[in-house]
Design a protein around this ligand. Structure first.
Ligand SMILES: *Cc1c(COP(=O)(O)O)cnc(C)c1O
Length: 396
């Protein structure tokens, strides 16, 4: 590799993980679309199995296109090792099951990604694994939840949909006092805005479906960290599968080339849209870590470079009014997900939480007037104009 730590993240996004001269003099990393790899002869088999040289063996254990994407991602997050999965959830589930054994205990914060929390609550006990859910931001509760059998503290930052921020200094202190491994889902931040490994977190996970892929066209998951922990997860993945295919790795590599450019733009657009929303007469409240009004603004400022493209806000209206507003938008698409080039907007009460009773939804903070805007790479002024015309159409 010719590009390393001394280069900026913009340069690393383009070049890191790639050989300067590639197969057939290609500029781009080739898609090695194969399920298995040929041994030249039995001597080749012997020298491989006796670890005299490294080579690829079978697709489930690795592929050169995958390796290039993993090396690039490791360079972006400053990680020793990286492992790709077929989705973000696959990365989370594989990691939890690889690192926990019967009788072990997990601590998780309460506003984690809904499917992560559901997996912990519904599935872990089936395998004899215990958990404690603690309130996000309550570090005393987090530390008190640690027991002798606690193997992992799992948190997320920023969180969905309120963009709460974990204090990585406090998390490190708890890790130092308890000796428990820490893991952060850093999907909303990306390595452009936050590099948790540098703050002492042991494992970082991303849904590469979001900003890293960046084009709303793939599902992928990333795990990053030190070799010992990563080795355990890699061995487990060899058996469980959940691997990413070479073509998807190529799309991820292609997306990563412009990753820094996109997130830099999305940071600025997110801030601009959030500030505009905060001054808008149809809006009741805005949640964005880049706003001084956000409860964790001071933590975000200390540990993040930018605050991303997701802005959540509450409209001065009811369920029907939100519906009229969403239907009147011309640019933003009604869809879950975030971090891609297209701006997407969701109404959590009627999408992610459609099957949860209104009272229970509200206890989880998912009120009917809440929408989550995931800003893409369009011109923020066009987005603002579109949002404003939709509000006038819906509310006047
Ligand atoms: C989307 C997402 C996931 C799950 O990732 P998939 O790629 O959809 O499986 C996990 N955590 C966060 C914060 C997410 O946004």
């Amino acid at each position: 590799m010719n590009v390393g730590d001394k280069h900026s993240i913009f340069t690393r996004a383009v070049h890191a993980g790639e050989e300067k001269y590639k197969y057939a003099d290609s500029i781009t990393v080739p898609i090695v679309q194969t399920s298995s790899f040929v041994f030249k002869n039995m001597e080749d088999v012997r020298s491989y199995t006796s670890k005299e040289h490294y080579r690829y063996e079978y697709g489930r254990y690795g592929n050169p296109t995958q390796k290039a994407a993993e090396t690039k991602l490791a360079a972006l997050d400053g990680a020793q090792d990286c492992l790709l999965f077929d989705s973000g959830m696959s990365a989370i589930v594989t990691t939890l099951l690889a690192l926990m054994s019967k009788g072990d205990h997990l601590v998780i914060t309460d506003d984690a990604y809904k499917q992560t929390l559901m997996f912990v609550i519904k599935e872990l006990p089936r395998f004899g694994l215990e958990y404690t859910v603690v309130k996000m931001g309550d570090y005393e509760a987090m530390e008190n939840a640690v027991k002798t059998n606690t193997t992992l503290i799992f948190s997320e930052s920023p969180t969905n949909p309120y963009l709460n921020i974990v204090d990585l200094v406090k998390l490190k202190e708890i890790k130092d006092r308890t000796g428990v491994t820490t893991m952060i889902d850093s999907t909303f931040a990306t390595p452009f805005n936050q590099r948790p490994l540098e703050w002492g977190v042991d494992l970082v996970m991303h849904s590469a479906t979001k900003y890293l892929g960046g084009h709303n066209d793939i599902l992928a998951g990333v795990l990053l960290g030190g070799s010992a922990l990563m080795g355990k997860v890699r061995d487990f993945q060899k058996a469980t599968g959940g691997i990413i295919d070479p073509h998807c790795c190529y799309l991820l590599l292609r997306g990563l080339k412009t990753f820094a450019l996109r997130v830099d733009h999305q940071n600025r657009s997110g801030q601009k849209v959030a500030e505009w929303l905060e001054s808008c007469r149809y809006v009741h409240r805005v949640y964005y870590p880049g706003l001084p009004s956000h409860q964790h603004h001071y933590i975000a400022k200390a540990q993040m470079k930018g605050f991303g493209g997701v802005v959540s806000f509450m409209l001065k209206t009811d369920m029907n009014g939100v519906g009229r507003f969403l239907d009147a938008l011309k640019i933003s698409r009604i869809a879950p997900s975030l971090g891609g080039v297209e701006t997407l907007i969701t109404h959590p009460a009627s999408v992610s939480y459609y099957n949860v009773e209104k009272k229970e939804r509200e206890m989880l903070g998912i009120t009917d007037d809440l929408v989550r805007l995931a800003v893409g790479i369009e011109d923020p002024d066009d987005l603002i104009e579109d949002i404003y015309q939709a509000m006038k159409t819906a509310f006047d």
